[in-house]
Design a protein around this ligand. Structure first.
Ligand SMILES: Nc1ncnc2c1ncn2[C@@H]1O[C@H](COP(=O)(O)OP(=O)(O)OP(=O)(O)O)[C@@H](O)[C@H]1O
Length: 249
């Protein structure tokens, strides 16, 4: 495991309110990491900073073995470095089949010029089959994506991100709106994806986080409150006070 992402001493103030406060988080490659914390803890803002949507006031965001700073880069340039982000709401093309959605994602990865000169081989088909198997949609490839269940749409979107071979995948509340069975399958998909890359999951559902069985970072007021196994952080009295004891946890 080597360091892939290093966020250190990052702060961000919105209209005088310090949403991120001297935040330091380091993610290895490969790694599966869960980020939890109460509403307003800064989880979304952390992902916004990593993906370049929000520029921090101070601090460093370093990427890869060469410790390249991501701070001066556009959102598109950061995505091209290999950082994929899955938002809470699935955004698949509903009037296209599952196969077509995955195929489109593969073509996007290649870029317009490579697509122009690309001679279609069995390679794409093999990659689509492999991804479909990883996300449990092998028997759904010819279905219209709009007909899929909410959980299946989420898996398809994860598959579309995997088609782009990200080195870091940021996933925002994947369990929201899923059945218990879908949640279970989603943890399997994310754990498998994290065998070969870094996957960072923001999630409120503790059962889901327990099944992820990974290192957990607890954020509070834009700062890391505790870090370690789920058992370790949930036994921490400050975590209990500010998060687990609260009605919105
Ligand atoms: N663009 C913005 N302008 C003003 N305030 C913002 C902005 N973005 C975030 N904030 C504030 O920063 C704080 C952190 O928000 P953030 O969305 O990162 O928290 P979160 O941990 O993701 O919360 P939740 O679990 O509710 O999604 C909140 O108080 C929020 O209102």
């Amino acid at each position: 495991m080597t360091s892939l992402l290093e966020v250190s001493g990052v702060s961000k103030t919105f209209d005088g309110f310090r949403a991120i406060n001297d935040l330091s988080i380091q993610i290895s490659e490969p790694e599966l990491r869960a980020i939890i914390g109460p509403n307003g803890a800064g989880k979304t803002t952390f992902m916004d900073i990593v993906t370049g949507k929000t520029k921090p006031d101070t601090g460093r965001v370093l990427w890869g073995a060469r410790n390249e700073s991501l701070l001066g880069l556009s959102e598109a340039a950061i995505a091209n470095k290999g950082i994929g982000r899955k938002f809470q709401k699935p955004t698949v093309f509903e009037d296209q089949t599952v196969w077509a959605n995955l195929n489109m994602a593969l073509r996007n990865k290649r870029g317009p010029f490579a697509v122009l000169f690309h001679r279609k081989t069995g390679e794409d088909e093999a990659r689509i089959s492999q991804i479909a198997s990883e996300i449990g949609l092998t028997d759904q490839l010819s279905r219209m994506s709009g007909e899929l269940s909410h959980g299946q749409k989420q898996w398809l979107e994860i598959g579309m991100l995997l088609a782009q071979d990200p080195r870091l995948l940021l996933v925002d509340e994947p369990a929201a709106g899923m059945t218990a069975e879908e949640r279970e399958k989603t943890t399997d998909i994310l754990r498998h994806a994290a065998l070969t890359r870094a996957v960072v999951v923001v999630e409120h559902d503790m059962e889901f986080v327990r099944r992820l069985n990974c290192k957990v970072t607890v954020l509070h007021e834009g700062h890391v409150l505790a870090e370690g196994t789920l058992d370790h952080v949930t036994a921490d009295s400050t975590v209990i006070d500010v998060y687990l004891g609260r009605a919105d946890a």
